[in-house]
Structure formats: structure tokens, C-alpha cells
Ligand binder design. Structure first.
Ligand code: BG6
Length: 458
């Protein structure tokens, strides 16, 4: 029997959720389904969606990797992954059973043409038993060096539908790193468009799935009071911080090839810069938002190489302790070259040279194994032009947006108790509604629905 695509799972745990969007059911194929990303993020996030009644009843998820799982053992392993990593733990057997029935596994090699033939057959069979009607989403969760062969095999085995034709949709989800420099990023895009059209490709940056980040847009474009001040006349500088108290934690091999600039600045922090600096988009839809972001990126100044030490610093954590617990130095982490010069800390000052922002520094800083974990964007306003009280200059106003936990604060000066006009600093601080869905779940839901507004364009 084919289930209706819009039918929702009856979910006994669903509580007052205001989101009613349910995408058309498709088959989500995860290439690299035996890896860390699948276990830590993808399956737990998909489970969260199922739990909240946001996955269509016949959504289907197929893991493909070099691993000897069967459908059953894959389900067992994914249950363990959800027990460990899902925000919603699968304690309710009814919900878990219904989610597990959506999971399948096909062992295969990324380079083996025969295995794609088997994959194609399996997908066709699932279409007929589950009513997914040929809709496909391919998640590239395999190491990036396999991207060219996977996309070539999909193309050669005619597993990708052209969106210009009236056929069921095919989409591709790509994980970072999107290359390691301009040339390799261009090469990746060139390979992607040999198989997919740009509109079929969804590049993931999980920071865009964070609610504070979306709140930033609503704050800027849903309130009349900020726009008049949101420019170089009133803003002195903007600081972006992603400070983590954990080190590389077993990801030394990956980190050696990346470093913090590629791991955090190129993607997450630049996306935040775009959202703070961009002009109001005409509509909150993919093309308008992406067009505005591109204008910001084009306006970023190149580093003056001769004065690099004035605008950028980098560092690497050494052995020490955080909150009383010993932390090894980066050079003694597993899979790290003992003579490595890869940076685990970076700070830089960039400028968005356009009419709105000329001369306003955007300070980006991020690091691993720092004293305190803190993610925030802080807008520093200019000081008052003249102080009518005979006092020291007051601190400048700041607007602080904090991620994890989500908070928003406005630092203002008031007349404190006691001495008249002795200015006192207070921060009007409010906790924002906690994020309903984990960042990955939010992004996956959008992609299942074909909405690219929170994905990145080539
Ligand atoms: C990932 C990086 O993209 O973001 C990690 O690869 C980093 O190194 C993580 O720890 C930080 O994400 P979050 O959501 O914990 O701020």
C-alpha cells in the first residue's frame, strides 16, 4: 500500500508545535553513513523531526557506505547514536519504531559502478513499497575526496533528474569543506554542476540553522528602531566570537588539514558577517538573501599583505588547564604532527568597504581550548559626542547577541543609586526562546522541502 505523502505520523509526544510544514516524502541517501557526522548529527536530527511529527510518514533514509550493516543492524546502531546524541532521546518505543522503519542500509564502495547499480535498484524498490515516487536527496557525508566519483557515478547511472523537466526532484547536500582555497573551491563547484544544476545543490553551514542567527535577521528587518543606527555613523565596530573550551578532541587528523581559519572563519563567521552587514533583502527567499550576501563578500577588503601583523594574528594552544582540568597541548593531540604550525586560534580585522560600512572594523576571533566557551556577536555603538556631566566618559552602548544559550542584551548607561549623575552600566538582558529544533534538523527540514534560503550558493 502506498501511504499518502502528506499524512503525518500520529505522535503521542507531539506538543503544541506551531510548525505545520510537511515536505513531500523522498528518499534521502546518505553517502558515508557509517561516519561520525551521520551518527552525531544527521540521524539524531532526523529523529528529532520524526519525533515532532515533521517528517512525512513515508520519508525514507538509506545509508550507503563501506560497512557491513544490514537494515536491522544499521537501525540498532542508529538507535545507539540517538541515545547518545539526540536532543530528544528515543525513550518512547512507538516513535522510535516508526522512525526505525524508515531506515535502510546498503553496503557499497564509492568507486564501484556495480554498487551504484545495486543502489539504483534498491531505491526503485523502495519507491514502490514506500511511495516516494522517484524523489531523491543525496547527502554527501563522505570525505570530500569522494565527491567527484560519487557525483560522476550518479550521473552515469542516470540517478539525477533535471529540474527543467517535469520529473520528481533530485537534490544534493554538500558538507564543508567546500575546498581549501579558491582554486579547489572552484573545482568543486565545477564538478557539482557537471551533475546537478546549482538550484539542486544545498551547501550546509550549520550556523545558519541556529535560531539566534535567524533572530538576527528578524531583529534587523522586523524592527524599525535599529535600521536608522545600523551603519558607520552610529556603529564603531562589530565583534564576532566563537570561543570553544574544548580542544580538537580526536579530530586532529581533520584539523591538521584545515586549521581554525578554514574550520570556522571561512564558513561560520563569514556567514555571520554577511547577516550583520547585508542590505535588507527584498524578500526572505533564497535568491534575494543570497544576492545580498554576495554583495557583502564582494565588498570585503583584501588583507594588506605588508601590514598583515596589524590586522591578523594566529596561535596554537599549548598544554594547560581549563576549569581545573588538564588539557593537552595541540601538538600532543592524536594525529597531529609534533612540529605542526596549524593555527587553533585566529583573530582578524576585516572591512566591508561600501557606503554603509566604510571604515568600520569587523573583528573576527575564534579558537579552541580557550578559557571560556562563548559564541556571540557584539555591535559596539559610537560614544556620545558630548557628555553634559562632569564625569569620565561612559562606556559605549553595545548590542550583544549570544548563541548557546540564546540571549540578547543591550548595554546602556543609567544614573545609578547614590551620587547623582554617577553613570552606571547595566545590560538589559533577555533569554530568547530556546531553539525548537537542533540546527541540523532545521536545515534538513528546509532542504527536504526544497527551501534554499539557509543554504549556501556556489
Ligand atoms: C564545526 C567545526 O563546523 O563547528 C567544529 O568543524 C566546531 O570544529 C563546531 O567545534 C562548532 O559548532 P557549535 O554549533 O558547537 O558552535
Amino acid at each position: 500500500m502506498t501511504l499518502s505523502e502528506t499524512e503525518l505520523e500520529p505522535n503521542p509526544l507531539r506538543e503544541g508545535l506551531d510548525q505545520e510544514r510537511v515536505p513531500d516524502a523522498s528518499i534521502l541517501v546518505i553517502f558515508g553513513a557509517s561516519g561520525d557526522l551521520t551518527q552525531r548529527k544527521l540521524i539524531p536530527s532526523l529523529y528529532s523531526l520524526a519525533h515532532d511529527g515533521l517528517l512525512p510518514a513515508n520519508q525514507t533514509i538509506v545509508g550507503f557506505a563501506r560497512a557491513d550493516y544490514t537494515d536491522d543492524s544499521f537501525r540498532t546502531a542508529m538507535r545507539e547514536a540517538c541515545d547518545k546524541h539526540a536532543r530528544r532521546r528515543p525513550t518512547e518505543d512507538a516513535v522510535w519504531e516508526s522512525f526505525a522503519s524508515k531506515l535502510f542500509f546498503l553496503p557499497g564502495e564509492f568507486e564501484s559502478a556495480d554498487d551504484y547499480v545495486r543502489l539504483r535498484e534498491k531505491l526503485a524498490e523502495l519507491d514502490s513499497t514506500r511511495g516516494t515516487e522517484g524523489r531523491r536527496i543525496y547527502y554527501m557525508a563522505a570525505p570530500p575526496q569522494f565527491f567527484p566519483v560519487i557525483t560522476a557515478q550518479l550521473r552515469e547511472n542516470e540517478m539525477v533528474n533535471d529540474p527543467e523537466l517535469e520529473l520528481p526532484f533530485t537534490r544534493a547536500i554538500i558538507e564543508k569543506p567546500f575546498g581549501r582555497d579558491l582554486a579547489s573551491a572552484r573545482e568543486l563547484n565545477r564538478i557539482a554542476v557537471m551533475t546537478f544544476r546549482e538550484e539542486q545543490v544545498f551547501r550546509i553551514d550549520h550556523y545558519l540553522g541556529k535560531e539566534t542567527v535567524q533572530n538576527l535577521l528578524v531583529l534587523r528587518f522586523g524592527n524599525g528602531i535599529f535600521e536608522p543606527f545600523w551603519n558607520r555613523q552610529y556603529i564603531d565596530h562589530v565583534q564576532f566570537t566563537v570561543a570553544e573550551s574544548i580542544g580538537v578532541e580526536g579530530r586532529g587528523g581533520y584539523f591538521e588539514g584545515s586549521g581554525i581559519v578554514r574550520d570556522i572563519i571561512q564558513n561560520h563567521l563569514l556567514q555571520l558577517v554577511c547577516l550583520v552587514a547585508m542590505e535588507p533583502p527584498v524578500a526572505f527567499e533564497a535568491t534575494s538573501v543570497r544576492d545580498e550576501k554576495v554583495k557583502v563578500l564582494k565588498a570585503l577588503t583584501h588583507f594588506p599583505l605588508a601590514e598583515l601583523d596589524q590586522v591578523a594574528v594566529r596561535g596554537q594552544y599549548a598544554e594547560g588547564s581549563i576549569a581545573g582540568n588538564p588539557v593537552p597541548g595541540y601538538l600532543s593531540e592524536k594525529k597531529v604532527d609534533p612540529a605542526s604550525r596549524v593555527e587553533t586560534f585566529a583573530a582578524m580585522k576585516v572591512f566591508v568597504e561600501n557606503w554603509r560600512w566604510a571604515g568600520v572594523p569587523f573583528v573576527l576571533r575564534t579558537g579552541k581550548a580557550l578559557a571560556e566557551a562563548r559564541n556571540e556577536i557584539v555591535i559596539h555603538f559610537r560614544p556620545v559626542p558630548h557628555l553634559p556631566f562632569e564625569r569620565e566618559s561612559p562606556a559605549a552602548n553595545v548590542l550583544r547577541l549570544r548563541l548557546n544559550p540564546d540571549r540578547m542584551g543591550l548595554g546602556v548607561n543609567i544614573n545609578g543609586p547614590g551620587d547623582p549623575f554617577d553613570l552606571e552600566r547595566v545590560e538589559l538582558d533577555t533569554e530568547l526562546t530556546p531553539q525548537a529544533l537542533p540546527a541540523y534538523a532545521r536545515l534538513l527540514l528546509d532542504i527536504l522541502d526544497g527551501n534554499a534560503v539557509l543554504s549556501i550558493r556556489g
